[in-house]
Design a protein around this ligand. Sequence first.
Ligand SMILES: Nc1nc2c(ncn2[C@@H]2O[C@H](COP(=O)(O)OP(=O)(O)OP(=O)(O)O)[C@@H](O)[C@H]2O)c(=O)[nH]1
Ligand SMILES: [Mg+2]
Length: 324
Amino acid sequence: LSVDVTALAEAVLGGDRASLARAITLVESGLPGDRVKARELMKLVTGRTSDAQRVGITGAPGTGKSTFIETLGLDLVSQGHRVAVLAIDPSSVRGGGSILGDKTRMERLSNSPGAFVRPSPSAGTLGGVARATREAMLLVEAAGFDIVLVETVGVGQSEVHVSDMVDFVLVLMAPGGGDELQGIKRGLLELADLVAVNKTDLGPEQAEKTAQDFASALHMIRPASASWSASVYQCSALSGAGVPEIWAQVQRHSEITIANGERDLKRRDQRVRWMWVLVEDRLIESFRLGVADRLMEVQQAVQAGTTSPTTAAEELLSMFFDER
Ligand SMILES: Nc1nc2c(ncn2[C@@H]2O[C@H](COP(=O)(O)OP(=O)(O)OP(=O)(O)O)[C@@H](O)[C@H]2O)c(=O)[nH]1
Ligand SMILES: [Mg+2]
């Protein structure tokens, strides 16, 4: 990309959508030259962003996250808000192609002048995608969007990163019986500020039963904050039923945590954690480059058991440090 970063920053701050899109493409790029420009761009917009409300919407694939965001987003736009939607899709990291890519279109919301919908970057490391998403969030705030909704698939590590960048985590669940509380769902519940059982239109009894199961599971989890504990709501993202009630809770949380200073504290912590994410990302990247000649071989020897992990780590580390 050939870019005049200063002009780009001013255009983003002026709310120009095409420039915003180009700026996000720049922060998503992995090319070293682009990374330098992206860092410059981020410096220019820092401290000049709007004070947006940041909400993460996570849940297993197919639970209705995009549908929920479209319904909610259109409603918020009609109330005069400017809504930006960003997506983190861990499958895009592994496969090179994005699962969300096609389905995240949210056509009606994308066409709304009050909204900006950006699908997930389609390549990069998970850390890199999370970094790009966080920077994209700051960019949409610089462009004046006052609500940012971040969609993530609640598998793998992505939800850990999303709770590190938002004020509120909404977990969407689909109704269903049996082993509902195993594995990823448990992990998700621990991050939730609110759990919404979606698709109630498919069967109210089933949804009610699922909601009760999650409510009792939530009782076993110690709330992260004294001023807020997660509760369970039901909705139909498709019909819109229950969606305004859920948003009212997000608002209530926002009012409480702004008033008692918790939101500010959380954002301070998040900034420091992000500094470390960036440091780790850069270190690992330069480490991999630094030991690239031997990395495959050593890794295979560890897999085969002919070299111990300790010996291998020592070898790679001294190779890396000796080269500097
Ligand atoms: N009946 C019913 N179907 C719904 C509801 N919400 C979403 N769906 C459907 O469920 C399917 C998945 O919805 P999405 O909104 O794409 O779900 P998602 O969680 O974003 O999916 P991924 O991005 O692939 O993880 C679509 O066919 C939706 O139409 C709902 O409230 N009721
Ligand atoms: Mg989706």
